[in-house]
Design a protein around this ligand. Structure first.
Ligand code: MLT
Length: 206
């Protein structure tokens, strides 16, 4: 098993789903803890640090240029992350988590959904793009996914996030895709929409 440096915070509310927090390029395991608490107060938080370094900045997979991915590495690293999550679930006694990924973290979450759909119960993908040019079509069986894109995002073209949303929907996920008046950075609207969305998902699962 590949170990990831990570933070784990146990749940303070047993009814809230565990969250898997996946940071953006140059972030680390501490970055999204605050966001996780805002989106889903009381949830257990599992927050790994990406194992790839790009000029010293942690990421979850290698890229050749901005938006151009080393896809063999995407596949390998997604599976490694999947193993880590399975192991952490046993270690900490948590259910399958809902991923909250930002940017590079959203891209690895998307890859994991496509390659190993059972690892996560659902996902909030913030500024995600299609991580694989020849993606598999998994059976996502109604898995809830919230995709929040930025209208003026200079990194993720609108056509790309639309393709990701279509692929996830065609694979059977229950996808909500919203394009916010924002760029690549997160806005207050992301937090509000994510919090409202997780509320409805948690209620449906209860
Ligand atoms: C990526 O490399 O995953 C995307 O370009 C987003 C980023 O990390 O800048």
């Amino acid at each position: 098993m590949t170990e990831f440096i990570h933070r784990f915070e146990p749940a303070t509310n047993a009814g809230s789903p565990p969250m898997l927090l996946l940071h953006g390029t140059g972030g680390d395991e501490n970055d999204l803890l605050g966001l996780g608490k805002m989106i889903s107060p009381g949830s257990a938080l599992l927050s790994p640090r990406g194992r790839v370094l790009e000029h010293g900045m942690p990421r979850f997979f290698r890229r050749l240029a901005e938006g151009v991915f080393d896809e063999a590495d995407v596949r390998r690293r997604a599976l490694e992350l999947g193993e880590f999550v399975a192991d952490a679930r046993q270690r900490y006694g948590i259910a399958a988590p809902v991923a909250v990924g930002f940017s590079n973290g959203a891209n690895i979450a998307a890859a994991l959904l496509l390659l190993k759909p059972d690892v996560m119960a659902g996902a909030i993908l913030l500024r995600a793009m299609l991580p694989l040019s020849d993606p598999p079509k998994p059976e996502l069986g109604g898995k809830p996914i919230l995709l929040l894109s930025g209208q003026t995002d200079p990194i993720v073209p609108a056509t790309n996030s639309a393709k990701l949303a279509a692929l996830l929907s065609e694979s059977g996920a229950s996808v909500e895709h919203k394009v916010l008046s924002a760029g690549h950075q997160l806005s207050q609207a992301d937090v509000t929409l994510a919090r409202n969305w997780i509320g409805t998902v948690a209620t449906e699962a209860a």
